[in-house]
Design a binder for this molecule. Structure first.
Ligand SMILES: Nc1ncnc2c1ncn2[C@@H]1O[C@H](COP(=O)(O)OP(=O)(O)O)[C@@H](O)[C@H]1O
Ligand SMILES: [Mg+2]
Length: 248
C-alpha cells in the first residue's frame, strides 16, 4: 500500500476512470477532494456517474485508471470490507437495510467490534431516538424515512471518519426529507466528514462546505456550496432555473 501525497485531503480521487462493461467508461476522469470535517455534495443529471463514483470510492468497482486516496494511503482496488475497517462507510441509495431483520439486528450487523456493539447501538438510539422506540420492529415494515435513518445508523456503527451517502433523501415524504438533512448536519457536527450525492441539490449545497457538479462522468463545476448555488451557469444547467435569493 503506497503512501501518497494528498495535499492534506482526508479523501481524494485522482482522475478516476471506471465502468461496468468492458471498454465502456462511465467515469472519464473524476477528481474530487474532501477535507476533514467537511460536508461535500456531488450533484449532476441522472446517469452522470454519481453513484458510480461513490461505488468506486468504496471499492465496489475497481478503477481502470486513477486512484482513490484515503488518510494518506491509496485504497483503489481494496475491498469494501477493508475500506470499512479503515474508517470509510457507505450507504447505498437502494436496498440499504435488511428488510426481514429488526432495527437492532440491522445495527448489530453494522458492528465491526463485538465488544463495542452494545455501546454503539445505544449511541445510535441517542442520535436517532425513533430507532430506539422501534428497536424490535422489522425494518421492512418501517417508513422510507425510518429505513433511511436505520441505514445511516448501521453505517455509523463502526464509528467511521467518513460517511458516503448516495441520495439519502430520494423517494422520501417531504416531512422526512428535512429530518434526514438535519440528521446529516448532526452527524457532521459529531465529527464525521460527509460525502453525499443528492438530487435535492439546493438543500444539499446550501449546507455543504463544497460541492461538485458531475456530468457525463467528468467534473464540470466545483466550489463552495453557496457559490455553486449562485453561479448562473450551474443554476441554468443543473438547478433548473433562476438563482433563488432565499437560498443565499
Ligand atoms: N450495474 C451497472 N451495469 C452497467 N451499467 C451501469 C450499472 N450501473 C450504472 N450503469 C450505467 O452507468 C451510468 C451512470 O450511472 P450512475 O452512476 O448510476 O449515475 P447517477 O448516479 O449519476 O444517476 C448510466 O449510464 C448507467 O446506465
Ligand atoms: Mg445514482
Amino acid at each position: 500500500m503506497s503512501v501518497a501525497p494528498t495535499n492534506g485531503a482526508l479523501l481524494a480521487t485522482e482522475d478516476l476512470v471506471a465502468g461496468y462493461v468492458p471498454e465502456v467508461d462511465i467515469l472519464n476522469g473524476v477528481s474530487i477532494r474532501v477535507n476533514e470535517g467537511e460536508i461535500v455534495t456531488v450533484i449532476g443529471p441522472n446517469g452522470a456517474g454519481k453513484s458510480t463514483l461513490v461505488k468506486t470510492i468504496f471499492g465496489l468497482l475497481r478503477p481502470r485508471r486513477g486512484r482513490v486516496l484515503f488518510r494518506g494511503e491509496e485504497i483503489s482496488g481494496s475491498r469494501p470490507h477493508d475500506i470499512t475497517h479503515r474508517g470509510l462507510s457507505y450507504v447505498p441509495q437502494l436496498d440499504n437495510v435488511f428488510q426481514s431483520l429488526t432495527v437492532e439486528e440491522n445495527l448489530e450487523i453494522g458492528s465491526l467490534d463485538p465488544s463495542r456493539t452494545d455501546d454503539q447501538i445505544e449511541r445510535m438510539y441517542e442520535l436517532f431516538p425513533r430507532l430506539g422506540e422501534r428497536r424490535s420492529q422489522t425494518a421492512g415494515t418501517m417508513s422510507g424515512g425510518e429505513r433511511q435513518m436505520l441505514a445511516m445508523a448501521r453505517a455509523l456503527m463502526p464509528d467511521p471518519h467518513v460517511l458516503l451517502l448516495d441520495e439519502p433523501s430520494a423517494g422520501l415524504a417531504p416531512a422526512f426529507v428535512e429530518a434526514i438533512f438535519e440528521k446529516i448536519e448532526d452527524i457532521n457536527r459529531a465529527g464525521v466528514t460527509l460525502v453525499m450525492v443528492e438530487q435535492n441539490a439546493r438543500r444539499a449545497l446550501g449546507m455543504s462546505s463544497r460541492g461538485y457538479v458531475l456530468d457525463l462522468g467528468t467534473n464540470r463545476f466545483e466550489g463552495p456550496g453557496r457559490e455553486l448555488l449562485e453561479d448562473p451557469k450551474v443554476v441554468e444547467l443543473y438547478l433548473g432555473g433562476t438563482a433563488r435569493i432565499d437560498q443565499k
